[in-house]
Design a binder for this molecule. Structure first.
Ligand SMILES: Nc1ncnc2c1ncn2[C@@H]1O[C@H](COP(=O)(O)OP(=O)(O)OP(=O)(O)O)[C@@H](O)[C@H]1O
Length: 232
């Protein structure tokens, strides 16, 4: 489903006249329906990998082959912005501990919009939105509020609710349980297990190794490779 080959991503820090190799020569494969956990020290480049797959970062070299349902086998490093937007809408989900949302859109509307993007009817979207918000224990008084005002844990639960309702083919999880209590973590785990049973392929970063126990089919360990590459 995903084949990462010799991926390298550098960042130029202009005010320091330096270039950092955030990731260097990274290769791995994830089969359809499997869960790959990525572990490694802080700053070793875990998020950079996920952001490169999601098309947020453009790697310097290497390839990320993704077997898309609608576009066929596609290299996400050279895909056009239009193709990336299409894949984000219909096939690839990304959940991080940070929430970026449309202004003046309530939590409930955000989830309904996500479900409508899958082609569901309005009725179905409203029913499913209520179910998933209840599943993640998002207090009903918050449903019609703007998420900018939510606590960290509330934002996270909304973020993951929005992603799972789309039943993505590939779901990227960047510490989605970072500030959650144990009960909420369990709900996230149940949702991940359900998606996996439905055939979703997952790549996830969790500092909480206990959480990953029994969930991942494979673990990729990052070595810290960030070096000052050159004086720019
Ligand atoms: N947009 C950016 N601009 C400049 N440097 C960046 C950028 N994003 C990441 N880096 C640097 O690249 C390196 C890898 O960062 P990344 O966030 O991928 O690490 P990580 O393993 O996910 O870390 P953590 O576990 O602390 O979240 C770090 O040294 C970071 O400072």
């Amino acid at each position: 489903m995903i084949q990462v080959e010799h991926l390298q991503k550098d960042f130029t820090i202009h005010h320091l006249n330096k270039t950092l190799h955030a990731i260097n020569d990274i290769s791995f494969t994830v089969e359809k329906g499997k869960f790959l956990g990525i572990v490694g020290k802080s700053g070793s480049g875990k998020s950079t990998i996920l952001k490169s797959i999601y098309g947020t970062y453009l790697p310097q070299s290497g390839a990320i082959y993704y077997d898309s349902e609608s576009l066929g086998r596609i290299n996400l490093v050279t895909a056009s912005p239009r193709e990336i937007v299409h894949l984000r809408k219909y096939e690839i989900g990304y959940v991080s501990q940070f929430l970026s949302v449309m202004p003046r859109t309530t939590a409930y509307e955000l989830v309904v919009q996500s479900i409508l993007e899958t082609g569901a009817s309005k009725n179905m979207a409203h029913n499913e939105a209520a179910l998933i918000l209840k599943h993640f224990d998002l207090d009903e008084t918050l449903w019609n509020n703007y998420p900018n005002y939510f606590s960290g844990g509330e934002k996270l639960r909304l973020n993951i609710a929005r992603a799972v309702v789309k039943k993505p083919r590939l779901l990227l999880l960047d510490e989605p349980t970072a500030s959650l209590d144990n009960a909420s973590k369990l709900k996230v785990r149940q949702s991940i297990e359900k998606l996996k049973a439905q055939g979703t392929t997952l790549i996830g970063i969790f500092h909480d190794l206990e959480f990953m126990e029994g969930l991942c089919d494979d673990v990729f360990t990052m070595q810290k490779v960030v070096v000052n590459a050159n004086e720019a």
